[in-house]
Every structure is written in C-alpha cells, then in structure tokens.
Design a protein around this ligand. Structure first.
Ligand code: HXC
Length: 268
C-alpha cells in the first residue's frame, strides 16, 4: 500500500533497528528507508540481516546488516560502533528484537522465563544504554539542538492476562516501564524521545504463526468482535509517525495498533 507520508520525512536520519531483518522489523526497516533514512539492521542471523540489507539496497536505500544478539552487551556496543562508523551518526533506535513461545506457567522453566525477559526487556535496556552516547543531544554525531529517538516494541497482552504467555507478558510490562522511565529521565536530560508501539495480531509474521494457531485465528471473530488482522504496514506507519517530526511532542507513550482489539468484549 502506498504511504500517506512524504518520502522525505526521515531524510538524513540514521536508524538502527534490532530484529529489523524479518517480520514487522523488516517492514519498519523498509518504510524508514523509503522515507529517507539510512538503515542499520541488527539481528542474530547473519544471513537474514545481510539479505534484508541487500533487498533494501536494491530499492536504492542506504542499508547495512550487522550480526548481533541484544542479550550481549558487547554485541550491542560493537554494532552501534559499526553503524556509527558507517553512517556517521545514529538518530533512531528501534528495539524490535523479541523472543516468545507458548507455554503454560507450570511447564515453563525459570530459564525459559528468563530467556524471553533477557531478549525483550534486558535487551531493550541494553540497546538503549549503549546507544545513549550517540542519541543524546550533543552526542556523537548529534547536534547541540536536539537528541534522537527510541521506539520500543511492546504488546497488549499484559494489559489483562494472556494464556501461555506469562514470560512475554512480564517482558512487555517491563518494556513499557523502561520506556516511561527513559522518556522522563532522558527526555529531560538528553532531549531523547522514547515511545512504544504495541501491535495486535499482524498477518504474515513469526509472532502470528507461533502464537496464534490457525484454529484459534479462524474462531477468533466469534468471541472478539473487533478481531481482524493488521498488516505489517500498519505498524510501520505508526513507527514512522512517532519517529518523524510529526511526533515531536510525543514522549513516554505506547501507541496501540490493534484495531481496538484489546478492548473488545462480546455483545450481550
Ligand atoms: C518451553 C522453551 C521453549 C518452548 C525455549 N524454551 N523454547 N520452553 N517451550 N517452546 C526454554 C528452553 O527449554 C530453555 O530453558 C530456555 O527456554 C532457552 O531456550 P534456548 O532454545 O536455549 O534459547 P534460544 O536459542 O536463545 O532461543 C530463545 C527463543 C528465541 C525465545 C526460543 O529463539 C525465539 O523465540 N525466537 C523467536 C523469534 C520470534 O518469533 N520473534 C517474533 C517475536 S513476535 P531450559 O530450562 O530448558 O534451559 C512477538 C510478539 C509478542 O514477540 C506478543 C504478540 C501478541
């Protein structure tokens, strides 16, 4: 679908997108690139990030892939340094990397719980922490007049409770708290805006195929009145809005992009 935004709204900006090689992250990478940004993609699988970067380059977008795991502080540091060396600055950090699997609390080992917290919550904090020298007002490659932007990826399942996703729910609750606290402290001290995006069920994503089995998806309309799948494009447009000047007064919020699903209740 064609973008409603002008093609230059991120012109001259450099974005680093974790988990940017596949799924929703790749759509954000693509749309940021199509709207003028240079894009650094970070992910655990070298082949995935390299081929994602190559497909952006084939669209004329300045892009590079960097292998790295957000659970490793040294990877975060190295990838940020490499992206900075290549592009000369970093304006936007998108924390898109996430892990998940469906499991009941009684079958989940503490290490399985910790693994998702490590990727989503600690990984988000680690990336923010290591990116601060680049994102802050007057930081490496930044002007003295303004700082950069952080976009975290959240969800809505922790607003209520979700079956078999205790680890993801706990992790995303932490991601929201990290976002609000950084928005307060880094907004004040460093002129960095920190916001979140909370996708609902989005078609054609690993999250959908792993977390929403087809038999549930096909029956969902029966008990969730507003249930319909979103597109990766919907999430990327919200990310663009928050990352562009259009969102310059938005700080510390999480934008839910789910067609109203999480509020929906059956009619009685
Ligand atoms: C139970 C599991 C498990 C499963 C792993 N574990 N998979 N337990 N059921 N299906 C447990 C393991 O037994 C182990 O604990 C611990 O977790 C670590 O497992 P590893 O395989 O060693 O971890 P790792 O190789 O690091 O992989 C972690 C991973 C990750 C979380 C499984 O690879 C992953 O999920 N990647 C998915 C990426 C993805 O789909 N991204 C899209 C995100 S969409 P023990 O105790 O045995 O040592 C999204 C949407 C969320 O996040 C919300 C939507 C509404």
């Amino acid at each position: 679908m064609e973008s409603p935004f002008k093609a230059n709204i991120l012109k001259g900006k450099v974005a680093l997108i974790t988990g940017g090689g596949s799924g929703i992250g790749f759509e954000i990478s693509t749309q940021f690139g199509k709207h003028g940004a240079s894009v650094a993609i970070m992910g655990r699988r070298k082949q995935v990030v390299d081929s994602a970067a190559a497909s952006l380059q084939s669209l004329g977008i300045s892009a590079a892939g960097f292998e790295g795991d957000v659970r490793k502080q040294e990877d975060a540091k190295r990838v940020l340094e490499s992206a900075f060396k290549l592009f000369g600055k970093i304006d936007i950090l998108v924390n898109g990397a996430a892990g998940n699997f469906l499991v009941s609390p009684e079958a989940l080992s503490p290490n399985g719980f910790r693994t998702v917290l490590d990727i989503d919550a600690v990984g988000t904090f680690t990336m923010c922490h290591e990116a601060l020298p680049y994102l802050k007002k007057g930081g490496l490659g930044q002007s003295l007049s303004g700082g950069g932007i952080i976009l975290n990826t959240s969800a809505t399942l922790h607003y209520t409770a979700a079956w078999y996703q205790i680890n993801v729910a706990a992790a995303k609750a932490a991601v929201d708290a990290i976002g609000r606290n950084l928005a307060l402290e880094w907004g004040t001290d460093f002129d960095i805006r920190v916001n979140g995006i909370a996708p609902g069920p989005i078609g054609g994503t690993p999250g959908m195929s792993k977390l929403v089995p087809e038999e549930i998806n096909s029956k969902a309309k029966d008990f969730m009145p507003l249930y319909k799948l979103g597109e990766k494009w919907d999430i990327a447009m919200a990310a663009l809005y928050l990352a562009s000047e259009a969102g310059k007064y938005i700080n510390g919020t999480t934008l839910v992009i789910d067609g109203g699903l999480w509020l929906s209740r059956p009619r009685h």
